[in-house]
Design a protein around this ligand. Structure first.
Ligand SMILES: Cc1ncc(COP(=O)(O)O)c(C=O)c1O
Length: 369
């Protein structure tokens, strides 16, 4: 059996993780602050990292809390804001774990279609006008997981106006922002309206996911409420991880790491787009300008569940589009190019195209019969 090629996981490959830089940062963390690193600490996070993040976002430290990955930050925010039956707007498609987390809380999840420049704000207006009293809108503004697209500047402003008019909070879930390899940076919604928007980001995609460090930026009273939930959940997040990240950031290693990851993503995204154009001309996609993901639409009627199996038989993995929606998505899939080399991408797409030919020929055969 040939080597398995995985387009499934939204994680960086080991060759673009600065292992040596992390090891050195860990040494400095234990040397510089043995008491702070080894203590329980508090649920707000490791204070020097909290201050560093606050400065980067130009907010007060009281507006920041640092968590064990941003997934934990999402969970705390939902615990604070979402009651069973509350209407929560999400993009369609959206990050599968967010969808699961909201459904576990019995939220009334309303999916609003994504366009190539982000959520369809006219469709969102219709949902709001129909009497849905939205409590929260979860938006992944940059290089969306799974669709890869980015919310345009005008749509960011429209969303804020809608949030003000209809009284809901925007949850700006933004772990990929620093990983733009083409085009211009757009303003964060949280900087446009710090009262209406709660922002989350993470070091998982720019440093490595195993370090489990993410954070929230929001209005101080809400952060204070969430800190109480965090205290009763885990006393405090990992001070060791956060102190390592802090040393990594202040030494300048973060900026180098972002450059390394971006460079690799640019190369991999270009290779993926070229291979898809060559091998799978039936597929439709928007070329990503950053981030980890590309969303592939195959012709209507393509059975992606069958493709998933045919690809697995050839040692290729991806995530089915249907995992990112409440219903439908059956002819789409997500390809993550963050964890695969250019050679693996080329070989993986060849195998995927071969699997597609098998699946579409059996479909044509079934139709003719
Ligand atoms: C949009 C989005 N939010 C949150 C997360 C979770 O990140 P973390 O590793 O910081 O928990 C991910 C990871 O894939 C993601 O894509």
């Amino acid at each position: 059996m040939a080597e398995t090629i995985s387009f499934a996981r939204g994680a960086p490959s080991l060759d673009i993780v600065d292992v040596e830089g992390l090891r050195a940062a860990a040494g400095r963390a234990f040397e510089a602050d043995p008491a702070g690193v080894t203590a329980y600490g508090t649920a707000v996070g490791y204070p020097p990292l909290r201050r560093w993040i606050a400065e980067r976002h130009q907010v007060e430290p009281e507006q920041v809390m640092v968590t064990n990955g941003s997934m934990q930050a999402d969970a705390f925010l939902f615990d604070a804001l979402v009651e069973p039956g509350d209407v929560v707007i999400v993009e369609r498609p959206t990050y599968d774990r967010t969808l699961l987390s909201l459904r576990q809380r019995d939220a009334d999840v309303r999916m609003v279609e994504l366009e190539s420049d982000g959520i369809d704000v006219a469709a969102l207006e219709r949902v709001l006008a129909s009497g849905a009293h939205a409590k929260l809108a979860h938006i992944i503004p940059n290089f969306q997981n799974p669709a890869g697209c980015t919310l345009s500047g005008p749509k960011r402003r429209t969303l804020i106006e809608l949030a003000r008019d209809h009284g809901f909070t925007i949850f700006e879930d933004d772990p990929y922002e620093a990983l733009r390899f083409e085009g211009d940076q757009l303003p964060r919604m949280v900087s446009l309206d710090p009262e209406r928007v709660v922002y989350a980001s993470s070091f998982s995609k720019t440093v490595c996911p195993g370090i489990r460090v993410g954070y929230l930026v929001g209005p101080a009273p809400l952060i204070e409420r969430i800190v109480k939930i965090a205290t009763s959940t885990y006393i405090s997040p990992s001070m060791v991880s956060q102190a390592i990240v802090h040393q990594f950031c202040v030494s300048g290693a973060l900026e180098n790491s972002i450059e390394t990851v971006k460079q690799a993503l640019r190369e991999r995204a270009h290779a993926l787009c070229a291979a898809l154009r060559e091998e799978l001309p039936d597929a439709r996609f928007v070329a990503p300008q950053g981030g980890y993901f590309l969303w592939l639409d195959l012709p209507r009627g393509t059975d992606v569940a069958a493709l998933f199996k045919a690809a697995a038989d050839r040692g290729v993995q991806f995530v089915k589009g249907s995992d990112f929606v409440l219903e439908g998505g059956k002819s789409s899939l997500r390809l993550a190019y963050s964890g695969v080399t250019v050679e693996q991408i080329e070989e993986g797409v060849r195998r995927l195209a071969d699997a597609y030919r098998e699946v579409s020929s059996s479909l044509a055969g079934a139709g003719a019969a």
